[in-house]
Every structure is written in C-alpha cells, then in structure tokens.
Design a protein around this ligand. Structure first.
Ligand SMILES: Cc1ncc(COP(=O)(O)O)c(C=O)c1O
Length: 488
C-alpha cells in the first residue's frame, strides 16, 4: 500500500485508487468467485422477485462517503443487495422486452476494455482499439451483405443508431426549404419519432403508415402518402423500414421499399435493432433480402448478438454522407501530422466524441464463438418461438394475437370460464396475469398493445433457452392464472 503526503503534510492512502499487483489479484479472485457463482446458479434463481424501492434503499448506506471502505465490503453489497434485487436478465426464461443475456466472455471483455480505458475518438488516441472497431464493423458489414465501401461505428444502442442514421438522411437531402417528411409503419419503435424531434424535423413530420395482417408496412399506403405529400409541397426524404418490430418482430418488405425509395429519391433506413442479426439464421434469411441495399441500418449487438449493454451499431452504405453530417472542425480536434488511415476519426461519423472500447466485446464474441455457433443459437431462439406458437395454437385456453415472424410471440390466456366475457375483461385478466407471473418469478414476460388489445409478449433472445423452457412458461402461466380471480 502506498502512503503519500498532501502538500500540507497529512498522510493519506491510495489503496483503493492504486492497489498493488497482489491486491489486484486478491480482488480479482473474489470477483471471479461472484461471477462464476452467478452464472453457475442462474437456473436455480428466480427471474424476478417482488420488491420495493424502500427495501433496496434501506439496504444501501445513503450517507455521503467521506472515508472509504475496503473492496470486500463493496463486493458484499453487490453480492447481497445488487444481485438479488435485480431482474436476472441472463435467466433462460427472461422473455421480457428485447433483452440480451450477456455472456461471460463479454463480461471479461468489458473488464479488459475498462482496464485499458481506451478512448476511441480518433486513430492516434487508440490505434489498436480503433483498428479492432474498424475490423468488427467490417465483419458486421459482411454479415449484412453490404458492399465494401459501406462502414459505420458502434454507438450506445439502437436509439442512438437510429438518430445518427436520420441525421445522415437529412444531410443527404440537404434541403432547407419545405417540410421534411419521414415515413415509417405504425409499428415503428418510438426512437424514430424521438430522433425526428431531436433533429428538429418534428414529431408531426413522421408519417405513420398502416400495417397488413403480418404487421408489415402497407406499401400501397406508403406510396399514397408520399405522393400526397409531394402534391402538397412537402419534402419526403426518408423511409424507415423495420427488420423486426419491437411488438411482433415483423420484417417490412425491404426490397420493395428499396424500389419505392429509389422512385421517390428517398433515403432508406432499416431499423434492425432487434431483428437484423437473425439474417445469420438460415430459416429467416429470406426475410432480410434487400437489407444490403439500404442507405443505413441500425442494429444492436447488445440484443441478438447476446452481448451485455451497451453496444449499438450504425452502418452507412456511403459513410461520406454521414461524414458531411457529423464532421465538425474545431482546433482541439484538428488532426496534426497524420495521413490517410491514421487520420481516421470516429467523431466524423457519429454524434459522440469520447467513446469506450465497445469493439473488444464484439471482437471477442465473434472471434471466440464464431458465426456458425451464433447462427445455431439464433436458429434455436427462432425454433423456441415457433414451438411456443404451435403449442398455443394447439391449446384451447390460449390464443395467438400475432403470427410469429422471428423470436417474438404475442398471445393471451382465455380460460374456459372467461370465453364469454367482454374483450375488456379478458384484457384486464391478462394484465393481472402478467403482473402475477412477473412476481412469481419462474418466467418473465412483458406486454404489448396489438390492435387495441392487451397482449402477453415474449421474446426469445437467450442461447440458454430450450424448448423445455417454453413448456415451463406455459405451465407457469396456467399455474399462476389458477390463483387469480377470473374477472376484475
Ligand atoms: C426495433 C427497435 N428499435 C430500436 C430500439 C432501441 O434500442 P436501444 O434500446 O438499444 O436504444 C429497440 C429496443 O428494443 C427496438 O426493439
């Protein structure tokens, strides 16, 4: 332990800031024990437990810490309070939202990335990490089937990727006159409208297009809306296609949308935050035909590449347009004395300046696991959702509310005694069932509103999930439902 002296002569210790190599090893051993136990005990944990904010606050010492405590005491709080009072996102029956499980190799990658603490602003600030990001971005480009000129970068998530892409789309149109208009299906994630607000385009200029029975954008309506807007003097500039909607997993007809975008000279952005990596699965690949001709794609390695938060990604077909949108000359960012490859700056292609080394976990995952195994894992997730759909369709007490397109399944429970009740009573019952299921803890679903009706919604996004877990989910629902009164 190092003992230092302040300018006034007082001694203080840097133990926590600068432990010795032996101390680091000791801390590391304790942390590894927690990590190994955590992953080893996942299946015997509940996904969630009933808890309150008060209960958690009572366990955390709220006093402003003037004097430090030792590492074991910090780890104890993580082990005894943070872990048990969290939702266990890595659990095989965590079906809520679009939640990746994470994976040990990536947890270690995050530790290593924070150890190096590289700042991926520009090549000279982090030469090897920047090369690793360029390499992994290029792998993702190849996975999507883009041409060699396409490129992009990692961002915090799908919302930020959508924002960056729409900023580039606006730059491509470069119009200061008239009302800019974006088109997207009514099922599109709210991050698109949010991007329009943040970019000053305005929420009201996002035109929502109705969907067909499979919740895909209706292209006839899309064309009608664009034509009407042109006639009214508005400026259509961008169409957003979904490659996996958040509600039902619908994939819009990408090739057709490309044709429409070409006809009307629109930027085509694909929001593949949830679904785009399913292009790796043989049985789903066809749905994504045309994605490689989009002008930009948002996709989230922290969803279907199973990586822990946070890592989103935006790919531009022509990165130079993004550069025109984001490059900003400032003396403190001027690159001096570097040429070509070494003058590369990520800040020219996205909204952030300081950026963590997200590429390391992407690289360790892709290189360590390999595409063959990842494709199999995604294929198995799709199979779980399809199996669940077949069980629901074969039952007389559950019904599907939307077809399964990828790994999302939307359905509801309608036990015999509820069949004659009003739609509102069935919605209310399912809402109570959802809350009771979450509190029960064996399986976790979230919800969606589909055609105005309440839906139980699950998303299989975990390589641990098996067909047997889908059986357990249905059993859990029936068991929990029996404990509920059937009407409100
Ligand atoms: C289709 C879609 N787009 C965008 C997002 C936003 O992604 P993020 O949460 O990474 O910002 C999500 C999140 O679930 C999504 O499902």
């Amino acid at each position: 332990m190092r003992r230092l002296t302040t300018p006034s002569g007082d001694a203080y210790y840097l133990k926590m800031l600068e432990p010795s190599a032996d101390e680091i090893r000791d801390w590391g051993n304790s942390v590894m024990q927690v990590v190994a136990d955590y992953f080893g005990e996942l299946r015997i944990r509940t996904v969630y437990r009933q808890m309150s904010s008060r209960e958690i606050r009572d366990r955390l010492d709220a006093a402003l810490p003037t004097k430090g405590i030792d590492f074991d005491a910090l780890l104890k709080v993580f082990r005894e309070t943070v872990i048990p009072f969290s939702r266990q996102n890595a659990h095989p029956r965590m079906f809520g939202y679009v939640q990746s499980p994470g994976t040990p190799v990536a947890a270690f990658a995050d530790l290593l990335a924070s150890t190096l603490n590289a700042n991926l602003t520009v090549w000279r600030s982090a030469p090897a990490p920047v090369e690793m990001e360029r390499l992994t971005i290029d792998w993702i480009r190849q996975i999507l089937g883009f041409n060699a000129e396409a490129g992009g970068l990692f961002v915090s998530g799908g919302s930020m990727a959508n924002l960056a892409a729409i900023a580039a789309a606006r730059q491509a149109r470069n119009s200061s006159s008239g009302r800019l208009r974006i088109y997207a299906s009514s099922e599109t994630h709210f991050s698109i409208a949010k991007a329009a607000v943040l970019l000053g385009i305005g929420r009201e200029n996002v035109r929502h297009v109705p969907v067909d029975k499979r919740f895909r954008i209706r292209v006839d309506d899309l064309v009608a809306k664009i034509t009407a807007d042109l006639g009214a003097g508005n400026v259509p500039f961008c169409v957003v296609a979904n490659a996996g909607t958040v509600n039902t997993g619908a994939v819009d007809p990408l090739a057709e949308i490309r044709e429409i975008a070409d006809r009307f000279k629109l930027w085509m952005h694909v929001d593949g935050s949830y679904g785009a990596f399913a292009v790796l699965a043989e049985s789903a690949r066809e749905l994504f035909a045309g994605i490689e001709r989009a002008d930009s794609v948002a996709l989230d390695p922290h969803k279907w590449l199973y990586l822990p938060m946070d890592v989103g990604c935006v790919i531009y077909r022509d990165p130079e347009i993004a550069r025109a949108a984001f490059a900003h000359e400032a003396e403190y960012t001027r690159i001096i004395g570097e040429e070509a490859d070494e003058a590369f700056a990520f800040w020219d292609y996205g909204p952030e300046l300081s950026r963590r080394f997200r590429a390391l976990k992407v690289w360790m995952l892709l290189k360590g696991v390999g595409l063959d195994s990842l494709s199999e894992a995604i294929e198995s997730n799709l199979a779980c959702a399809r199996y669940f759909e077949s069980m629901v369709r074969g039952s007389d007490d559950f019904e599907m509310i939307a077809p399964v397109e990828l790994s999302i399944f939307c359905f509801r429970h309608v036990p015999a005694e509820l069949r004659r009740e009003s739609p509102q009573a069935i919605d209310a019952f399912n809402e109570r069932l959802l809350i009771a299921l979450q509190r029960d803890g064996s399986s976790y679903l979230s919800n969606a509103t589909i055609g105005g009706r309440f839906a139980l919604r699950g998303c299989v996004l975990n390589y641990r999930t098996t067909l047997h877990d889908m059986d357990i989910l249905l059993d859990d629902l029936r068991r929990v439902a029996r404990s509920l009164p059937s009407s409100t």
